[in-house]
Design a protein. Structure first.
Lengths: 126, 107
């Protein structure tokens, strides 16, 4: 069964650090494109980070320089290292897989986010 | 970054109604557009990709259309389980921005 399970969320003080984990089953992270998406309480969804199958990463401007996405292929797990946390980082954090498809030119292309975890809550407060 | 603008932000409807949600991109994204449904306390669920392709298991009362910058999600014959919040998201490169969401409430 394809499944994503986030963990690591907790209460942390402003300026602190936290590492979130997304443990995957049913497929391999090394051949996938994995995202992190967050949702502040009562607010909409915000895309924040992606790691490509080749290891390249990309972050939203709101977290660039503070958050680092990585993965451990041996553990089939994706991580989000969050540093210099701010009040506005308080949110539910979801990991999600990018679906892959073959485009009209025969290349593998990235699609929508087809599998999501249940989320882990991060609260930044003093 | 591409901005995604959804409207309305909320709507009230009755079961059996047909509702339409719109999503506008700030630049041409072809059909690289997805729709998600989110119920309170749960993760988003992918309904439609490529602007109009229903995911397996999604009821046929859901439909999507559009290309370029203007897109719509239509629910024909609203059911009780459809009361939720709906988000559009482009996947025309990164950052993959979401629309602000449309909350569909019971009238």
């Amino acid at each position: 069964e394809v499944q994503l399970m986030e963990s690591g969320g907790s209460l942390v003080q402003p300026g602190g650090s936290l590492r979130l984990s997304c443990t995957v089953s049913g497929f391999t992270v090394s051949s996938s494109f994995m995202n992190w998406v967050r949702q502040a309480p009562g607010r909409g969804l915000e895309w924040i980070s992606v790691i490509y199958s080749n290891g390249n990463t990309y972050n939203a401007d709101s977290v660039q320089g503070r958050f680092i996405i990585s993965r451990d292929n041996s553990k089939n797990t994706v991580y989000l290292q969050m540093n210099r946390l701010r009040d506005e980082d308080t949110a539910m954090y979801y990991c999600a897989r990018v679906s892959l498809y073959t485009d009209v030119n025969g290349y593998t292309a990235q699609g929508a986010l087809d599998i999501w975890g249940q989320g882990t809550m991060v609260t930044v407060s003093s | 970054a591409i901005r995604m603008t959804q409207s309305p932000s909320s709507l009230s409807a009755s079961t059996g109604d047909t509702v339409t949600i719109t999503c506008r991109a700030s630049q041409d994204i072809s059909t690289f557009l997805a729709w998600y449904q989110q119920k309170p306390g749960t993760a988003p669920n992918l309904l439609i990709s490529a602007a109009s392709t229903l995911q397996n298991g999604v009821p046929s009362r859901f439909s999507g259309s559009g290309s370029g910058t203007d897109f719509t999600l239509t629910i024909s014959g609203l059911q009780s389980e459809d009361f939720a919040t709906y988000y559009c998201q482009h996947y025309y490169g990164y950052p993959r921005t979401f629309g602000g969401g449309t909350r569909v409430e019971i009238k």
